[in-house]
Design a protein around this ligand. Structure first.
Ligand SMILES: Nc1ncnc2c1ncn2[C@@H]1O[C@H](COP(=O)(O)OP(=O)(O)OP(=O)(O)O)[C@@H](O)[C@H]1O
Ligand SMILES: [Mg+2]
Length: 260
């Protein structure tokens, strides 16, 4: 469904963010992409959804195919209409608009596809959004904003979602709720998901395969069942090893809060 082959990406023609990265996601799969700060996870998703140009980034080598078609030159909104939806890092919702208006805005993706937007489906997944449908989105809690960002993706009826760190900064109970929705949406609608996460434990709870990246390259890949037992994964991503990794995770979270 999504094939990324040997891509190299730079920003401003100077900062090289991806160095020959390859990964693939098959139809119906949930695949996790893990990696520490600055590894290039978000850049990988932006390359797939053709959003690099917005930030003076460029795909300098390699190729990306969605549904067998080379995505080079496809406008981001054309990719959305083709069924690829990117839920971006930091929950980019329209803060001054209501919950429902945010969902309505996402239905542009259905233009020319002969499908009506189904907001009730979103509300069935996230009853809290139904209760707050008339409320201004900027005043929602972080968890509710993440639900809304996901809901906007649902409205667009994608066949594949690129999801960037949905668990970031959220309480464990809310994370659980969102990941249950990810699992259900995949199981019930057959939507393929590439899930970027720093929290390997929650990513592994829904994914069947995972890739680990460092410095713009994939350094490890495999079935989740196998990766769970890998000593490096346990140490650095599951917080089960010596103190160093725990410190790294704490530091990461702190930096992330400054950004949001
Ligand atoms: N718009 C940009 N302009 C210049 N450099 C960028 C830009 N976005 C990312 N980079 C650089 O590219 C590299 C990869 O960044 P990216 O955001 O893809 O990492 P990430 O794995 O998503 O990290 P994080 O976990 O912090 O979100 C980093 O070195 C970063 O500084
Ligand atoms: Mg990122």
């Amino acid at each position: 469904m999504l094939e990324i082959e040997n891509i190299e990406v730079s920003y401003h023609h100077t900062v090289q963010a991806l160095r020959g990265l390859s990964l693939h996601v098959g139809p119906g799969e949930i695949v996790a992409l893990l990696g520490t700060n600055g590894a290039g996870k978000t850049t990988t998703l932006k390359a797939a959804s053709n959003l690099l140009a917005l930030e003076y980034g460029a795909l300098e080598a390699g190729r990306i195919r969605f549904d067998g078609k080379d995505t080079r030159g496809m406008a981001p909104d054309a990719l959305v209409r083709a069924g690829l939806f990117h839920v971006r890092e930091g929950r980019r919702i329209f803060a001054e608009m209501s919950v429902e208006e945010n969902l309505i805005a996402a239905s542009y993706a259905l233009e020319g596809r002969g499908a009506a937007p189904d907001f009730e489906r979103v509300y069935a997944f996230f009853p809290r959004l139904a209760e707050r449908r008339g409320q201004v989105a900027g005043y929602l809690s972080g968890g509710e904003q993440q639900m809304l960002a996901f809901g906007r993706a649902m409205v667009a009826r994608p066949r594949m979602i690129l999801m960037d760190e949905p668990s970031l900064g959220l309480a464990p109970k809310v994370v659980e709720e969102i990941f249950e929705a990810i699992r259900r949406f995949n199981a019930e609608e057959g939507v393929t998901i590439l899930l970027v996460e720093q929290n390997a434990a929650v990513a592994f709870s829904v994914a069947s395969r995972a890739y680990v990246m460092e410095h713009g390259q994939i350094v490890m890949e495999g079935d989740v069942a196998k990766l769970r037992d890998d000593p490096d994964i346990r140490d650095f991503y599951l917080g089960m090893g010596a103190g160093g990794s725990f410190r790294a995770v704490k530091h990461y979270k702190r930096r992330k809060r400054w950004l949001s």
